[in-house]
Design a protein around this ligand. Structure first.
Ligand code: C2E
Ligand code: MG
Ligand code: MG
Ligand code: MG
Length: 265
């Protein structure tokens, strides 16, 4: 598989899917998370959970990561050019890509190459990248200096330290899907989620919940004033063409699922 992985980029076997992020107040699509897939000629579609860790072990993650970044920025620019309501594309960064590559220059160059304005790009980092706190802070500050947004992915699932929230210049928290899943059946989890949302807001951070699958999840998050949601309830990750086609339909579903049109009136 590792040998195949080396050739996958030049063979064009990677594809990026996009999953909508819906605003809970307006039901509008505010963003899309870029999620990579590998279309292996024999094995079929391989999940990033399988091959990203492999790529992380070699320097391949740098090339794959840059390819995703470039593809997602180019796609978002194309969507804007075709008249879709401007939204933010978020791209996952792996720890090695964040700490060991020249990520700041890569992002700057990709924005130049694709013509995407920086406010329409968000970079997702995880708590596992925060081993080297001082280095993380200085990289984040430089990235923020470019004008891009930063979100902390899978919040609560790792060895989170609340002090990161104060130290790191981030814009958004992504509540880990394991919390969302249990929020409607486990009172302790419900309290944790509610508290994360309140804490984020008092730190002026935006909050998004991932893994929203049921109407019950949605109601719970709405009641507790979460800002955005992402999950199968609205849409699974889609190929770019599908995303485009279903854009209006997804917003319609969001309104039908009971998201008020609030700000759009
Ligand atoms: P993640 O960044 O936390 O992404 C969210 C994952 O949850 C995605 O899995 C998405 O398909 C899945 N998901 C979305 N909505 C739901 C839902 O309602 N229910 C459930 N059960 N799952 C949902 P995916 O696409 O398989 O990606 C897995 C992980 O692989 C990502 O987790 C991320 O850590 C990593 N990954 C994906 N694409 C990239 C990439 O381009 N670069 C890097 N470095 N990592 C990536
Ligand atoms: Mg993510
Ligand atoms: Mg996540
Ligand atoms: Mg994850």
């Amino acid at each position: 598989m590792e040998t195949d992985l080396h050739k996958a980029l030049e063979r064009g076997e990677f594809v990026v899917l996009y999953q909508p992020q819906v605003d809970l107040l307006t039901g509008k699509i505010m963003g899309a998370e870029a999620l990579i897939r590998w279309q292996h000629p024999e094995r079929g579609i391989i999940s990033p959970a399988t091959f990203i860790p492999l790529a992380e072990e070699t320097s391949l993650i740098m090339q794959i990561g840059e390819w995703v970044l470039h593809t997602a920025c180019l796609q978002n620019k194309a969507w804007q050019d075709m008249g879709l309501a401007p939204m933010v594309v978020s791209v996952n960064l792996s720890p090695r890509q964040f700490l060991q590559s020249d990520i700041v220059n890569t992002v700057r160059r990709v924005l130049e190459e694709t013509g995407l304005q920086p406010q329409y790009l968000e970079l997702e980092i995880t708590e596992s990248m925060t081993m080297d706190v001082n280095r993380t802070i200085s990289i984040l500050q430089e990235l923020k200096g470019l004008g891009v947004k930063i979100s902390l992915d899978d919040f609560g699932s790792g060895y989170s330290s609340l002090s990161y929230l104060k130290k790191f210049p981030i814009d958004k928290l992504k509540i880990d899907q394991s919390f969302v899943r249990d929020s409607t059946t486990d009172l302790n989890v419900a309290t944790i989620v509610k508290t994360i949302i309140e804490m984020a807001h008092s730190l002026n951070l935006h909050v998004i919940a991932e893994g929203v699958e049921t109407k019950e999840h949605l109601s719970f998050l709405q009641y507790n004033l979460c800002d955005e949601v992402q999950g199968y309830l609205f849409s699974k990750p889609l190929p770019a063409k599908e995303f485009e086609k279903q854009f209006t339909e997804i917003e319609k579903i969001a309104r039908m699922k009971g998201i008020s049109q609030g700000a759009s009136h």
